[in-house]
Ligand binder design. Structure first.
Ligand SMILES: [Zn+2]
Length: 255
């Protein structure tokens, strides 16, 4: 119980740091210096105004100095980080696997929100993740062979899809950032996870895309980045992948 509470608390504070990464990495600013500032008036934020979720609620979502609205995404990312930390702790216990997969989940959170804002996936995270993942595979429930095949299948299959899509529609649906992201996912969860991630991301992406067209009344393919769906697919695999695959093959049985 105390361990679970500590995990949630740590998840909240790391979530706060993830917000800094999401804002600064695509703007090529340092993620360690200077300290947090209001993005509207530039006033440094005091430590007691920088407590995850709590400060946002106490300040009614506004800067103490200039009253500018603080985006609710900050407490959202902090909550997301804490929930994922707790869920991974429940799944893997206090272990190296837990720590490494939480790091992986943090990278996916940062990638998701940067991709939503800028339609880019920074190489620092995706390529960095590939290198780091290869160094950490030893502690994961993934063999080196599965991780390397995952890297090749992840990057390779997406390159094929991008070229195939371009050949058929003369449009570019995804970019090189998605290729490197899926390569990174392959290293952390193996080729089985990559296959599951592509399938799940395409399925959820299609549903969201169709809903978007229904609501907006027009085709907005270019406006929906694919990175968040790949990230979501990989996270679903971490928790329910094996069970869902078993269930799917049971449904497909001919007798
Ligand atoms: Zn301000």
């Amino acid at each position: 119980m105390i361990a679970a509470a500590a995990v949630v608390l740590l998840g909240l504070f790391i979530g706060s740091f993830l917000n800094v990464c999401i804002y600064r990495i695509p703007r090529s600013e340092s993620i360690v210096w200077p300290g947090s500032r209001c993005t509207a008036c530039g006033t440094p934020i005091k430590p007691w105004d920088n407590i995850p979720v709590v400060s946002y609620l106490l300040l009614w979502g506004k800067c103490r100095h200039c009253q500018a609205r603080i985006t609710p995404r900050y407490p959202l990312v902090e909550t997301l980080s804490a929930l994922l930390a707790l869920a991974l702790y429940a799944r893997f216990g206090l272990s190296a696997v837990f720590l490494i997969y939480y790091l992986f989940a943090c990278a996916l959170i940062v990638i998701t929100f940067i991709d939503l804002d800028f339609q880019i996936i920074p190489d620092r995270i995706s390529l960095g993740g590939i290198v780091l993942g290869l160094a950490l595979v030893y502690w994961l429930p993934v063999t080196y062979k599965d991780a390397l095949i995952g890297l090749a299948v992840g990057a390779g299959s997406l390159i094929l899809i991008i070229y195939g899509y371009y050949f058929l529609t003369k449009r570019q649906g995804m970019g090189g950032g998605d290729v490197k992201l899926l390569g990174m996912i392959g290293v952390f969860i193996g080729w089985q996870g990559v296959a599951f991630t592509i399938f799940t991301a395409s399925l959820i992406g299609s549903v969201v895309g169709l809903a978007w067209i229904a609501v907006q009344g027009k085709d907005m393919k270019a406006a929906i980045p694919f990175g968040p769906f790949l990230s979501l697919g990989a996270l679903i695999y971490l928790f329910w992948g094996k069970a869902l695959i078993a269930w799917y093959f049971m449904l497909m049985r001919p007798y």
